[in-house]
Design a protein around this ligand. Structure first.
Ligand code: SF4
Length: 355
């Protein structure tokens, strides 16, 4: 049997700002387990990837697949069970809290909900200036000037600095969250569903702002989202997660043109096309629900829902392996290497086409 641990982590095209290797996060749960035998939620189970300078890696998957836990482990908001996290070559996985301070300056986070992630009792100036106060990087007039420049950079007017969060719209609040994330000149920003709480009309504005800031500041992003269309807008490469593992990772164009994992193919089929006629018969409806991360299916965790599953899939876990240049897949159907992988869309599958 082969596992995801057998494969080296997929390489980013540039010098990595972030290198995550075999990251694992398990939570012990109570319940019906016999005394002395714990059940575990395998929230993240052997995730490896790198992010280069100025690169965006999109991490996509259904709710509960472990993508947000990956982000929290990288931020050390939750402690990983195993594996390693390197920031610009420094292993930060087991740094003690007080030794984490310099690393914390280099990795910042933008949260999903701009309504609850800002303190309603603080002015926007205090919110954005707080990281500089906590880390002692700027004080007094210098901090005020820096906050003013950050407001300008995210498309807000400096005269709005004295307002409170409730006086801003949802999109403006997320701009404040981005300004706060930029306050310490980070190398990497973990964006955890940063636009999913916003109206569709505002989403593109915030995504375009993130792209603009990346170009100017050479930022790297780990962009976590459930919506593949949103991820596609901003990402250079995309990693697809299912039940705690990465099942496919590739440059964006390669992933969209030729998905090499049946789960990715199903996700792509749900992305709306501009031409409604082209939608007919295209949608792949997966059977069943995502399995429990406590009692995961044997072998390939996707096999109960996979339209191409065969006997071996129930027994052996496919490793995440390179299939073509920079394109990785964890599926037994791709094990022949470059040029041998099937095009899933050309295969006969027991899928239900949408009417
Ligand atoms: Fe489907 Fe088998 Fe590939 Fe898993 S290994 S995705 S079950 S074909």
């Amino acid at each position: 049997m082969s596992g995801a641990d057998d494969a080296a982590p997929p390489r980013a095209p540039a010098i990595p700002v972030l290198r995550v290797a075999d990251l694992r996060k398990y939570y012990a749960v109570g319940g019906a387990a016999p005394v002395g035998v714990a059940n575990y939620v395998h929230a993240v189970d052997g995730v490896s990837f790198e992010i280069g300078v100025g690169e965006t890696l999109g991490l996509v998957g259904e709710s509960g697949c472990g993508k947000s836990t990956v982000g929290k482990c990288i931020m050390r908001l939750v402690e990983p069970t195993g594996g390693s996290i390197e920031l610009a070559g420094e292993d930060i996985t087991r740094l003690r809290r007080r030794d984490l301070q310099p690393a914390r300056r280099q990795i910042q986070m933008v949260f999903q909900d701009p309504y609850s992630s800002l303190n309603p009792r603080q002015t926007a100036e205090t919110v954005v200036g707080e990281p500089m106060l906590v880390h002692g990087t700027a004080s007094g007039r210098e901090r005020k000037e820096r906050v003013s420049a950050l407001f300008d950079a995210v498309g807000l007017r400096p005269e709005q600095m004295s307002k409170f969060p409730h006086e801003f719209s949802g999109g403006q609040r997320q701009r404040i969250g981005i300004a706060r994330a930029l306050a310490l000149n980070p190398k990497l920003i973990v964006c955890d569903e940063p636009v999913s709480a916003l109206d569709v009309s505002i989403q593109a504005q915030v995504l375009n702002l993130l792209i603009e800031l990346q170009d100017k500041l050479k930022l790297s992003y780990l962009f976590i989202a459930h919506d593949l269309a949103v991820v596609a807008h901003i990402s250079h490469r995309i990693a697809v997660m299912y039940l705690g593992r990465i099942v496919e990772m590739a440059p964006k164009a390669a992933l969209f043109e030729r998905p090499l994992h049946p789960y990715t193919e199903a996700l792509l089929s749900a992305v709306p096309l501009p031409n409604p006629r082209a939608e007919r018969g295209r949608r792949i409806i997966l059977k069943g629900d995502v399995a429990s991360p406590i009692h995961r299916p044997t072998g390939c965790h996707f096999h109960p829902r996979c339209p191409y599953a065969f006997d071996r899939c129930k027994r052996e876990t496919p490793a995440l392996r390179p299939v073509t240049n920079g394109h990785w897949s964890a599926c037994h159907l791709n094990e022949g290497g470059a040029g041998s992988q099937p095009a899933f869309s050309g295969m006969t599958a027991a899928t239900d086409a949408a009417p």
